[in-house]
Design a protein around this ligand. Structure first.
Ligand code: BGC
Length: 765
């Protein structure tokens, strides 16, 4: 009781200071002062905090059941509750559901000396309980409105379950499909990735962070985590300055521009410095150059891991290095909570650094409205009403349809006829209600997705016969444990072949199980796991009318399928509404409009493969007999499916490309093209604009996406599509990190994918 009264007193004290201050603040803001009402509140609170309480704010504990990293050192709930009471915890992750959140919040608010509310974090990566497609899939929609809406729905459902902070968006650019976490990001391109990053921040945070239905976002993993050597998760990163500035940083910078509240650093080292201990990244770039005023949370245990990296001597040294480098909150290293007070007392860490971190954390809590009402996100009635609501499911279905990419469509196999068809549905993944949920879906229940088979059967009365063929994995399909994928059982292949034989058309659903991509799920092969390729070839040998529906969390290398199978639909892992979305697309009630956000290789040996590569000094074969050019002796250089590729049931014709170069007079170049729907269906096309800066003081890629427009056309309709390019579109970062423009020759291309050749050159003097 005593503590409760004290905490009420403190709150009133702060509030009264701040009512006065808020008027001043308004004046200040008119004078362009940077100190806001919240800053004053934060300062007042900071002034009465002990060092131990300050350090407590910088400590984040895992909850009591979900584990999203190596087993926590201390699973002891009693100790955690005790620390909550002592003000030694600023945040918890993996506590979810109003009841559980309220329980921990109550202890922090009502039983600790200052009653500072916790910020409750959770990996709301692509939805909370109702799942939308995995992020790489959503990125394939190229539809920023739909992506924003999806994040908004995720925030709505998560906030209703007591969560007020998501560890998303993941904005790591990656060019390596072996890396399991490509499922979580926006793909390989910094321009598209930046737009997606912004859309997701807007979706999560909305316009008013203090609203009960918005949550704080977290841009992660800063930085360069997507460039792990060999695509092996957590591995060393060693990339050059030009890639760092031009490819890795832009989406992170975009989230700062969009007002992202928090950042997470990353597990990897970069140029010999673990990101968590890297002050160039966190202090010079993020908080310095970019002026980020939110806080940085470490990744799970990444402070402690600096010992294994060979950077910190012990946990205390790790705490010192991390806080000096600008990591404000410690997730599950137990480094800050146990070591920072001593480090300050021993004068090894300046208390000003602690104050800065704590201010940033408290500011976020104020902005979320947690000081006004710590139980703002804890309303059981709201939780009941919102979880799994119609609105959320409808949005999940909408973006699921938009995420599908039609890779190939021959023999007029698609769209399917709605009546009188005998359809064989083959593959374990066709009948799977868990895999479509994908990785990172810790709040969703197993078996809650609509399977492809269900989606089709609900759709119409065509005759469907299902055969599994082979299993995708034999072991546990689990987020935490190793998977066993060495399936050897071929016994049901003959039955699948027999089912295919009797069918008018065969839908084969093959790919990766939802847990075969994601964190710590790197692969050296990009094929169909297990015996699925064998199944595909056996079925195809019997019936060539195969529609291959791929469900996977990363680009796959499927040259045989690309060459032989007439129709291929990339359906990723589409979340709760998966089967409904796939059925609507296969039957043409949604005309596919997705485009690949990542290059699909022909073979693993080509990886990293990406559209915006550098030309090299020997790009072409000069002479048939001479071997000395940049190539493989056993594989082409070109991808299987390029970045930006995606078909529609309509066909689109591009013509009349023209450029108007007014750069020197009006500071702009206008490029335009006519787009005609030459098919029989109404359809959408993502028209893409690429540039190539032909020579520069730092070499530039052969293509760079600089704009795109989603255009919907009815059959025979033509539209003129116009793009404008300005100086910043033609600029780049030099190796000093300066954004510069250099006159010269620029090629400009417009088309339906990154390999378009429709373009021209302009010269800027
Ligand atoms: C991941 C983060 C995630 C965190 C908390 C880590 O293993 O790298 O992306 O947010 O766990 O679950």
């Amino acid at each position: 009781m005593r503590q409760l009264l004290f905490s009420v007193f403190i709150t009133l004290f702060i509030v009264s200071c701040n009512t006065e201050l808020s008027n001043n603040q308004m004046k200040n803001s008119a004078q362009n002062s940077t100190k806001s009402a919240i800053d004053y509140k934060v300062d007042s609170l900071l002034a009465i905090m002990t060092l131990e309480e300050k350090v407590g704010q910088m400590n984040q504990y895992n909850g009591f059941w979900n584990v999203t990293g190596p087993t926590p050192q201390d699973g002891d709930a009693a100790k955690k509750y005790d620390d909550l009471r002592r003000g030694r915890v600023g945040s918890m992750l993996n506590v979810r559901g109003v009841k559980e959140v309220r329980a921990v919040q109550k202890v922090a608010v009502e039983e600790s000396r200052l009653g500072i509310p916790l910020i409750i974090g959770f990996d709301v990566i692509h939805g909370y309980k109702t799942l939308s497609p995995i992020p790489i899939a959503e990125s394939a929609s190229w539809d920023m409105e739909a992506i924003e809406k999806s994040a908004k729905m995720a925030a709505l459902e998560a906030s209703a379950a007591g969560i007020n902070w998501t560890f998303a968006p993941m904005v790591d650019i990656s060019r390596d499909a072996r890396w399991g976490r490509v499922m979580e990001g926006g793909g390989e391109d910094p321009y598209l990735g930046s737009l997606i990053a912004k859309a997701r921040v807007r979706g999560f945070q909305g316009k008013d962070l203090s609203s009960a239905s918005t949550i704080a976002a977290c841009a992660k993993h800063f930085a360069a985590y997507g460039f792990a050597e060999g695509g092996r998760d957590y591995n060393t990163v060693d990339i050059g300055t030009s890639t760092l500035y031009n490819t890795v940083f832009p989406p992170f910078r975009a989230t700062v521009d969009a007002g992202v509240m928090t950042f997470m650093n990353s597990f990897n080292e970069l140029n010999g410095i673990p990101a968590t201990g890297d002050s160039f990244l966190q202090r010079d770039i993020l908080k310095g150059k970019w002026g980020f005023d939110g806080f940085v949370v470490s990744d799970w245990g990444s402070i402690k891991e600096m010992i294994d990296h060979g950077y910190a001597q012990d946990l205390k040294d790790a705490a010192r290095l991390a806080v000096i480098a600008g990591s404000d909150m410690d997730m599950e290293s137990y480094a800050y909570v146990d070591r920072l007070v001593a480090l300050v007392n021993e004068k090894k860490v300046d208390v000003a650094l602690i104050d800065d971190s704590v201010k940033r954390i408290l500011k976020a809590k104020y902005e979320l409205g947690l000081f006004d009402d710590p139980y703002r996100y804890c309303d059981e009635a709201r939780e009941k009403k919102i979880t799994g609501s119609k609105e959320i499911n409808e949005a999940a279905l909408d973006i699921a349809k938009k995420s599908i990419v039609l890779l190939k469509n021959e023999l007029n196999l698609l769209p399917l006829k709605k009546e009188g068809q005998k359809i064989a549905v083959i593959g374990a993944l066709a009948n799977d209600k868990t895999s479509p949920l994908g990785s990172w879906r810790i709040a969703a229940e197993d078996e809650t997705a609509v399977s492809v088979l269900e989606g089709l059967q609900n759709y119409n009365k065509n005759e469907y016969t299902y055969a599994k063929g082979v299993d995708v994995t034999t072991g546990r399909t689990d987020f935490v444990y190793e998977l066993d994928i060495n399936t050897t059982d071929r016994s049901e292949i003959p039955q699948a072949v027999a089912v295919a034989k009797k069918a008018d058309v065969v839908i084969m659903v093959l790919g990766e199980h939802g847990f075969q991509s994601g964190e710590a799920r790197s692969r050296t092969q990009l094929d169909l796991p297990g015996l699925q390729q064998e199944l595909l070839e056996a079925v195809y040998a019997e019936n060539k009318k195969v529609i291959l529906v791929l469900t996977n969390g990363r680009p796959l290398a499927l040259p045989w399928a690309a060459e032989n199978v007439p129709a291929i639909v990339e359906a990723w892992q589409l979340g709760t509404q998966s089967g409904h979305a796939i059925a609507q697309v296969l039957y043409g009630d949604y005309n596919p409009s997705g485009k690949l956000p990542m290059t699909f290789p022909r073979s693993v040996g080509q990886v990293p493969i990406y559209y915006n590569y550098k030309n090299t000094g020997r790009p072409n074969k000069q002479d048939d007999r001479i071997v000395f050019w940049s190539h493989y002796t056993d594989e082409e250089n070109t991808p299987l499916f390029p970045f930006g590729h995606g078909l529609s049931y309509s066909t689109f014709e591009y013509s009349d490309f023209s450029i108007n170069n007014e750069f020197n007079t009006n500071g702009k170049i206008t490029a335009q093209i006519n787009l005609k729907n030459t098919g029989i269906f109404k359809g959408k096309e993502v028209v893409q604009l690429y540039i190539r800066d032909k020579f520069a003081s730092v070499t530039r890629p052969v293509r760079e996406l600089k704009g795109f427009k989603m255009v919907e056309l009815t059959p025979r309709e033509t539209q003129t599509i116009t793009f404008e390019l300005k100086k910043e579109d033609l600029s780049f970062f030099n190796n000093e990190g300066e954004f510069i423009f250099e006159p010269g020759e620029f090629e400009i291309y417009i088309g339906g994918s990154s390999i378009t050749t429709m373009g021209d050159t302009v010269t800027i003097e």
